[in-house]
Design a protein around this ligand. Structure first.
Ligand code: NAD
Ligand code: TYD
Length: 360
């Protein structure tokens, strides 16, 4: 039975990936999820699978070499899928150090431990072992507005935020392991994800949650920054396909050609909420454009991201299944059905973060 070591599996994309994999492969694979449970890690995301015999949770920091070595020593790990990271740009602007610690040093520890466990006496690696490093399109920097340029796998790295710089550093470390040791790895650089279990510090869940509560919808700058949105399950599918069908040592960009200005996203969310809230629901009264509030721009705010997914499509045949209109409805439906999840994650420290960030 193939064993996956997933890092950061209690976060947004990691938990969606674990659900996807267990739905797809059932009991034919085993998953070990290692997560430090920072503010972004939430075991509630995995409640429905926590008792499965082929799923194990280990609470550990990826920077803790001893703890990670122990996992490799006690288990014959076939695949590593490395999600664990500090992931929010605004937090990186306020507190960059932890991004360097987890994203760069943590990745170094994961690489070292996997290399030590998989290396053969002749310097080669055991057959079939693979490491997939999950990264972001933000490492490529920012594209001009009204431009038809895209990010390709060959686009030079030009990160601007401490978050994207730390992810770029981690990508470079993975590249160096591939180049120096022929370490069996892939890198994926994906565009902005949205969907169930996303923490409401990111644009889409924050807007859904605030709109439902009748709170202001903060728009940075002129609201015309462009992001390229992908439904999270399509990202999970792409990661699996890259590990199964991708060429080792290659980088694959993942994105669904769904570029939208932030302000467009907010309008779509408001319209969709209006359509989906039942007749007579009191929230229909306040879910409207009057909530939109322009606020100070993010420092160093990247203007436009846009992925060219040509390589993954041509080589692997990956394409997204969920178009934005459907994806946003599914996401809103999920938030309607998980009000307690939102209440739990926004209690406590979230309020403090929100008040400091948005000066409310
Ligand atoms: P997230 O913040 O929701 O989850 C991160 C998870 O990592 C959490 O469960 C957290 O507890 C865990 N973690 C953090 N520091 C850790 C440490 N030191 N040791 C162990 N676990 C730790 O992030 P996400 O949005 O799910 O992103 C996952 C990965 O995907 C990241 O590497 C991110 O760079 C990448 N990515 C994200 C997006 C996006 O739109 N969210 C897009 C492309 C790539
Ligand atoms: P975010 O979800 O933080 O993702 P990223 O910065 O990694 O792309 O932000 C998406 C876009 O939305 C980005 O251009 C910043 C903007 N934004 C707002 O306008 N208001 C907000 O409250 C947030 C969180 C983001």
């Amino acid at each position: 039975m193939r064993t996956y070591l997933v890092t950061g599996g209690a976060g947004f994309i990691g938990s969606n990936y674990i659900h996807y994999m267990l739905r797809k492969y059932g009991d034919s694979i085993r998953i070990i999820n290692v997560d430090a449970l920072t503010y972004a890690g939430n075991l509630e995301n995995l409640k429905d699978i926590e008792n499965r015999s082929n799923y194990t949770f280990v609470k550990a920091d990826i920077c803790d070499q001893k703890a990670i070595t122990k996992i490799f020593a006690e288990n014959d790990i076939d695949r590593v899928v490395h999600f664990a990271a500090e992931s929010h740009v605004d937090r990186s602007i306020k507190n960059p150090e932890v991004f360097v610690q987890t994203n760069v040093l943590g990745t170094a520890v994961m690489l070292n431990c996997a290399k030590a466990a998989w290396e053969l006496p002749d310097g080669g690696f055991q057959e079939g072992k693979k490491f997939l490093h999950v990264s972001t399109d933000e490492v490529y920097g920012s594209l001009p507005e009204d431009d038809h340029a895209f990010f390709y796998e060959t686009t030079p790295y030009d990160p601007h935020s401490p978050y994207s710089a730390s992810k770029a550093g981690s990508d470079m470390l993975v590249k160096s392991y591939m180049d120096t040791y022929r370490f069996p790895a892939n890198i994926t650089n994906c565009s902005n994800n949205y969907g169930p279990y996303q923490f409401p510090e990111k644009l889409i869940p924050l807007i859904i949650n605030n709109a439902l509560q009748g709170r202001k919808l903060p728009v940075y700058g002129d609201g015309k920054n462009v992001r390229d949105w992908l439904y999270v399950e399509d990202h999970a599918k792409a990661i699996d396909m890259v590990q199964e069908q991708g060429r080792l040592f290659e980088t694959y960009n993942i994105g669904g050609h769904n570029e939208k200005q932030n302000i467009e996203i907010i309008h779509i969310i408001l319209e969709t909420l209006q359509e989906m809230l039942p007749e007579g629901d009191p929230r229909r009264e306040h879910v409207n454009e009057g909530l939109i509030t322009y606020v100070e721009d993010r420092k160093g705010h990247d203007r436009r991201y846009a992925i060219a997914p040509d390589k993954i499509k041509a080589e692997i045949g990956w394409e997204p299944d969920t178009m934005f209109k459907e994806g946003i409805r599914k996401t809103i439906q999920w938030f309607f059905e998980h009000e307690d999840w939102m209440k739990n994650v926004t209690s406590g420290d979230y309020q403090k973060y929100y008040n400091e960030m948005y000066k409310e």
